[in-house]
Design a protein around this ligand. Structure first.
Ligand code: PBG
Length: 330
């Protein structure tokens, strides 16, 4: 007996049918908006290469957070730009540091909005590296173990200011365990850790470093961030973070790493975030401005693909636009 011709197209014939069988849905509350708060800015400062993204004074930050909450976004992710930098990055853990003030101000104005803080030293060190330096032998290197305590101190200061989730992005070995122990010891055992587990040494962070003034003064980050050639190692990094007590994991960047979003999800089963980074945003914005692509369709496709790959959470500079488009579609 002959089989009937298989008609995959039967389920694509109308919007209703397509909706009925759609595997991946976008939701505003799964999107996270990164925000830059600056101690020195007196007005909103545009970020080169990232249209609509600004370095914000504290008062404007709270307004941006209010907009994020009104749009139903899942959380904001805060990056601080301090007035002063030093060799250790001590501004990162000061109790009245810029991020600590920012967290407190947002939680005061918008208690329901989840606030995630990026835990790293690179915005606070005068050399721009993500940890302290060991200069004892010839050329300076980032001292992994000496950095751990400083990161843990930073995470605790964020939790004390009211952060709902802390997100270490430094890529030092052992930092998740150290941060977990310190949070627990200081009474913050309910504060979850979102670990930037598989963070690659990527060309796509360019505009962020311009925004944060955090480009390394010498060398690069290849001594601690991952080689884009390595996928199995990304899974190992994720498993390590999980074993040290990470509650959620992250793959970063996102667009060229869909295979690893899927692999990390499969290997760990933990909630997973994909970070659609600054250079990826800049690329879409530039192409859209040049008339080369339909921005709404492209952004929707990108975010859908990251969820489809296995991300539960998407961190994106497009989040506000995406939430607006989603509410229009309803
Ligand atoms: C800090 C940090 C970076 C990003 C997030 N946290 C920069 C870097 O590692 O150089 C990049 C985010 C983006 O490009 O949007 N370590």
């Amino acid at each position: 007996m002959a089989f009937p011709v298989t008609r995959m197209r039967r389920l694509r014939a109308s919007p209703g049918l397509r909706g009925l069988v759609r595997e991946t849905e976008l939701r505003a509350d799964r999107l996270v908006l990164p925000l830059f708060v600056s101690e020195t800015a007196t007005t909103r400062e545009p970020v080169e290469g990232m249209p609509s993204i600004e370095r914000l004074p504290l008062a404007d930050l709270v307004e941006e957070a209010r907009e994020a909450a009104a749009l139903g976004l899942g959380a904001v992710l805060l990056f601080g730009l301090p007035a002063e930098k030093d060799a250790e990055g001590s501004g990162a853990w000061e109790q009245d540091g810029i991020v600590q003030q920012a967290v407190a101000a947002i939680k005061h104005a918008l208690p329901q909005l989840l606030v995630i803080t990026d835990v790293c030293l690179c915005e606070y060190t005068d050399h721009g590296h993500c940890g302290v330096l060991d200069s004892t032998s010839g050329s300076p290197r980032v001292d992994n173990d000496a950095t751990l305590e400083l990161l843990a101190r930073t995470a605790v200061s964020h939790a004390r200011a009211g952060a709902d989730i802390v997100a270490p992005s430094d890529m030092m070995d052992g930092r998740v365990g150290e941060i977990r122990a310190e949070l627990d010891g200081e009474g913050f055992s309910d504060t979850p850790i979102l670990a930037y587990s598989a963070k690659f040494a990527s060309a796509f962070y360019g505009p962020f470093r311009e925004a944060a003034g955090s480009a390394p003064a010498f060398g690069d980050r290849c001594g601690y961030q991952m080689d884009p050639a390595n996928g199995r190692e990304a899974v190992r990094e994720a498993l390590l973070d999980a074993s040290e007590g990470a509650d959620m994991l992250m793959v970063k960047p996102a667009l060229a790493y869909g295979d690893l979003i899927a692999a990390v999800k499969r290997a760990t089963r933990l909630p997973l975030a994909a970070y659609n980074v600054s250079g990826e945003y800049a690329m879409v914005k530039a192409a859209a401005a040049a008339g080369g692509l339909d921005e709404r369709a492209a952004v929707t496709e990108i975010i859908t693909s990251l969820h489809r790959a296995g991300a539960d959470i998407v961190i994106s500079y497009h989040s506000k636009d995406a939430a607006r488009w989603l509410s229009e579609a309803d």
